[in-house]
Design a protein around this ligand. Structure first.
Ligand code: COA
Length: 257
């Protein structure tokens, strides 16, 4: 459903707005495909100088659509979610994220691959992979321990502890925390527009240098996490957790050893 990703062009700024608010902007396969396709086009379109990713002023995204996880799990690295990850990971132009409300799962991990991230102070970030019987993805198992240390990263990745936009800014996951969603969105747009006046090759070269250390290792880790994530999606533990979410009950892992 392409209307679930609104694509807007204003001068050299391309805005990708997630637009499925009735499901808290949960990401479907069609949405990942659309995001990947637009990013790949933008990569080859010299008139695009900067990209803004947002879910609007109220909600970033509740992460992967849980019904999709059950009905069509991404079990190969050819699936739409991996196309999206690769397109964002390989994107050479600046990407800015404006985040408010929930940013769950890939809603948090994709921020690790954006250049600037503006959040509302009360944004609710969370990576409940283990809680869903899954494992970390999109390089988070490598990036977060390095950024935060093992002990803090374990709270976020093993326990799935949530954290606020304010904490995300303190920890370096976000560039800055703003008073509310509309202010975070306005700031994201303003900063994304700043790139329109800069020399595009100088920006791209500098981004490449900043991301070069450990890049091959990160690419390998993303693939490895993806394979394990796909296997885990078919596990009885994940099926219990995902079904529990759909049935609005607490998962019961007591029978698993
Ligand atoms: N996949 C599919 N549907 C989702 C969803 C998701 N990731 N997140 C929310 N929804 C749906 C809910 O089922 C509900 O649908 P309904 O109105 O048809 O019943 C609707 O979106 C509103 O969600 P709700 O849970 O009622 O909103 P909330 O404000 O109480 O909570 C969240 C918001 C984001 C905290 C909560 O929805 C949530 O935890 N979602 C799941 C996040 C998740 O585990 N994502 C996968 C990460 S790997």
């Amino acid at each position: 459903m392409t209307e679930h990703v609104v694509v807007e062009r204003e001068d050299g700024l391309l805005t990708l707005r997630l637009n499925r608010l009735d499901k808290m902007n949960a990401l479907t396969r069609a949405m990942y495909s659309r995001l990947a396709e637009v990013l790949e086009e933008a990569q080859n379109d010299a008139s695009v100088r900067s990209v803004l990713i947002t879910g609007g002023a109220e909600c970033f995204t509740s992460g992967n659509d849980v019904a999709d996880f059950l009905q069509a799990p991404p079990t190969s690295t050819d699936s739409p979610v991996f196309h999206f990850m690769r397109a964002l990971f390989e994107f050479s132009k600046p990407v800015v994220a404006a985040v408010s409300g929930p940013a769950v799962g890939i809603g948090t991990t994709l921020l690790l691959h954006c250049d600037l991230v503006y959040v509302s102070r009360d944004a609710k970030l969370k990576m409940p992979f283990v809680n869903l019987g899954l494992c970390p993805e999109f390089g988070s198992s490598l990036i977060l321990p390095r950024l935060l240390g093992q002990a803090k990263a374990a709270e976020l990745l093993l326990l799935g502890e949530g954290f606020t936009g304010e904490q995300a800014a303190q920890w370096g996951i976000a560039s800055d925390a703003l008073d509310d969603g509309p202010t975070a969105l306005a700031k994201g747009r303003e900063m994304a527009r700043r790139f329109l006046d800069l020399a595009p090759s100088a920006v791209a070269d500098s981004k490449r240098l900043m991301r070069a250390p450990g890049r091959d290792e990160l690419r390998r880790v993303i693939e490895e996490e993806g394979l394990l994530f796909g296997q885990r999606l078919k596990s009885p533990e994940a099926l219990e957790a995902l079904s529990a979410f759909m049935q609005r009950r607490k998962p019961d892992f007591s029978r698993f050893v």
